[in-house]
Design a protein around this ligand. Structure first.
Ligand code: SF4
Ligand code: SF4
Length: 694
């Protein structure tokens, strides 16, 4: 090799460059296409998933979450690093393509990138390669020295992923070095041959390498030039074909995963896409029992996980030592899919998922709080999968012992406590309360415009009945013409559905929907976020629903509710976002606005608040489930409130109240911490004209 010829004319071991590079291209592309085709096989055998609607909305999400990397900065350091790497990759994509072509077509220039535009692009990509290389070095140091806890792999989930991560980071670093070395050798060679030199960006990696190569003799430069190109090609295709075997597959799949991500996350997926409720009796098997019962999108999720650990880092079940880590729900399924659908060999599938891949405890441990989904930068979905797995368990009669009784009671009595329907309105009948607030049972056509949907826990639990009475007093104070369904109201079925009992949920929903429609009311109000979520998203054709915190916030703004100042100057309040009010329905500001409208109320924010709120332990049937755990979620939450400097936790959900009050006792913080529902606090602080009305 004499000096710098065109790559295609150079020879190595008697093979002409053009032939060698063409062979590498063909081999690389064929291998990649074959591997991807094999990876698509399980998706073709999966269940349907209707994700082809609203292309413009979906494109918008691709721009926001994929191109805009919207969720990355939630973890500032790792997120910024990822943004730089991603931007570098995007910028370098065209350069990599052009470099590939140059090997077989010496004078190839990307259309539109000759002249000035090409110079600008080359400068930008010189820096991009440098930045990506530096990011790789930082990422390796971070993995090896700082070892962020969320990357650790507990022994029960297999071996550490560090070696694989370092290997991939090193491959990308090699690719950047090869690319830069190629450009540097070319520029150094051009200079020695007295040809016009392609200027390299000052202080970039290619620029520095050019400085280092300048003293080399031209024949050596020619070998470096050819070697760098060969290294680039081989590394490029090796990376391309290696990625579908591990976490780096997300580089290929993430764009599609985000495009096809669920648009209406609040709505649970149906038992089977395309099968209406009326035809569900024709479905032979409910839920996910074998791997092929997952939908193709659920499988795409498995391929798209980047193993960043953010979901599990925010999962309350994982935090308290329950046998559940969303990250490993995905990683285990991905590895299982690779094993059962190998690239070489035939598919070997059909095994039950629960019992082999997952334990039943793992599946029942989820509170469906949504923290994992709120955090995932690649919009991987969990709740639908967990509910589908539960549907499969329920269909096979595998319901945890502690849940069997409440489920039976729901079936026979319409509430999980097995209480008589006629006692449903007993909470309204205490003497003191009746004197100031008469709550009527709505009868169709009586002109009542607001229906207070109480739901089971507030109707039957002695402590939570106080929330019901406070809610009724607030509605009366603002002049609402309201009533309740009384014995005609059954449990909203919210948790029943999330525990996989779809048929029972449908029976409860249909009963309540009919009663709500027959009542003739114009709107529904509830103080229970679970009922709110069910009525808003799981029910159809019922009047619009508001949570009491929204009603209060609006009435405060309208001037109908005025507050007396708080009396205890030592009280410091913090607001705990209930998952089904906050994360699932984005109601974050109304409760806070209400608290801030109370004169003299000191409020602090917990570090985990709003869409990063930490679940109290779950509501509905979760109250009956006895999980394996090291600590209660509620106890952790109470400790978070204490760390924030609060001594009063305000929440807006009866289930949060049960869990938090219980946790205060378990944590031994009685006397130091109290809990109160927003409705109770508002009722207590309303400035009423007549003291009797309070
Ligand atoms: S929904 Fe909540 S409890 Fe369930 S896996 Fe996600 S973060 Fe964990
Ligand atoms: S599911 Fe999402 S958040 Fe969880 S590890 Fe994978 S990419 Fe990260």
């Amino acid at each position: 090799m004499e000096g710098l010829q065109s790559l295609s004319q150079m020879t190595s071991w008697l093979v002409a460059g053009r032939t060698l590079f063409l062979l590498i291209h063909i081999l690389g592309v064929v291998c990649f296409a074959y591997i991807v085709a094999k990876r698509v096989v399980p998706l073709l055998r999966a269940q349907r998933d209707l994700r082809f609607d609203q292309p413009l909305v979906r494109m918008g999400r691709v721009l926001k979450y994929w191109l805009g990397q919207w969720k990355q900065p939630r973890y500032r350091f790792a997120g910024t690093l990822h943004i730089f790497i991603f931007a570098g990759f995007i910028l370098l994509a065209m350069r990599a393509f052009a470099v590939l072509i140059v090997g077989v077509s010496a004078n190839f220039v990307m259309p539109g990138f000759s002249g000035k535009a090409g110079d600008v692009y080359n400068t930008v990509t010189d820096y991009a390669a440098t930045v990506v290389f530096l990011c790789m070095a930082i990422a390796v140091i971070r993995r090896l020295v700082f070892k962020p806890a969320r990357y650790a792999v507990p022994a029960k989930y297999g071996k550490s992923h560090t070696a694989d991560a370092i290997f991939l980071l090193a491959l990308i670093a090699i690719l950047m070095v090869a690319d830069s070395l190629f450009a540097a050798a070319k520029a150094a060679g051009q200079a020695q041959q007295g040809q016009p030199v392609e200027a390299l960006a000052v202080f970039s990696l290619p620029w520095m390498l050019q400085g280092a190569l300048a003293p080399l003799a031209l024949p050596i430069l020619g070998r470096v030039y050819f070697g760098a190109y060969l290294l680039h090609e081989v590394t490029f295709y090796f990376l391309l074909c290696y990625r579908p075997f591990g976490i780096q597959f997300h580089v290929e799949t993430s764009l599609f995963n985000i495009y096809f991500a669920k648009l209406d996350r609040e709505i649970l997926k149906p038992v089977r896409w395309g099968v209406s409720d009326e035809h569900l009796d024709q479905v032979k098997s409910f839920g996910v029992k074998t791997f092929e019962d997952f939908t193709w999108k659920q499988m795409l999720d498995f391929y798209s996980c980047a193993d960043c650990g953010r979901c599990s880092d925010n999962c309350p079940a994982n935090a308290v030592g329950r046998p559940l880590s969303p990250r490993f729900l995905t990683i285990k399924a991905r590895d299982y899919s690779f094993q059962r659908y190998p690239v070489w060999g035939s598919a070997n599938n059909g095994m039950p998922v629960v019992g082999n891949l997952y334990s039943a405890d793992e599946i029942w441990s989820c509170t469906t709080c949504g923290a994992c989904e709120a955090e995932c930068p690649l919009l991987v979905e969990y709740i639908d999968k967990i509910v589908d797995l539960r549907r499969g368990l329920v269909d096979d009669g595998n319901v945890p012992q502690s849940l069997q009784k409440p489920l039976k009671a729901l079936e026979s009595r319409g509430n999980p406590y097995g209480k008589m329907e006629k006692k449903k309105a007993d909470w309204t009948k205490t003497k003191d309360f009746q004197q100031i607030c008469d709550v009527k049972v709505v009868e169709g056509g009586d002109g009542t415009d607001t229906l207070y949907f109480v739901d089971s826990i507030t109707s039957y639990d002695d402590r939570m009945q106080a929330i019901g009475r406070a809610t009724a007093k607030i509605l009366k104070h603002v002049g609402a013409n309201f009533g309740i369904l009384g014995a005609a109201e059954k449990d909203s079925g919210h948790e029943v559905r999330r525990f996989g009992e779809e048929t029972l949920f449908m029976a409860l929903r249909d009963h309540n929907s009919e009663a709500l429609r027959a009542s003739g009311v114009k709107r529904i109000v509830t103080a229970d976020p679970h009922a709110y979520n069910a009525l808003k998203h799981d029910y159809k054709d019922v009047p619009p629903v508001e949570h009491i915190s929204q009603v209060i916030a609006n009435e405060v703004k309208a001037g109908k509710i005025k507050f007396a100042p708080v009396e205890n100057a030592n009280s410091v309040y913090t607001y705990h976002d209930p998952c089904y009010l906050g994360r699932h329905n984005q109601i974050y500001d109304d409760p806070r606005d209400v608290l801030d409208a109370i004169p003299g109320l000191k409020r602090v924010e917990m570090s985990r608040s709003r869409d990063r709120s930490f679940c109290c332990g779950g509501g509905g049937l979760m109250l009956f489930y006895e999980p394996k755990e090291e600590q209660r979620m509620g106890v952790k939450r109470v400790q978070m409130a204490a760390e924030a400097g609060a001594n009063v936790i305000v929440t807006a959900c009866p289930f949060c109240m049960v869990n938090i009050e219980d946790a205060i006792k378990v944590a031994g913080m009685e006397g130091k911490m109290t809990a109160i529902d927003l409705a109770e606090l508002v009722d207590q602080q309303i400035a009423r004209e007549s003291p009797k009305a309070a």
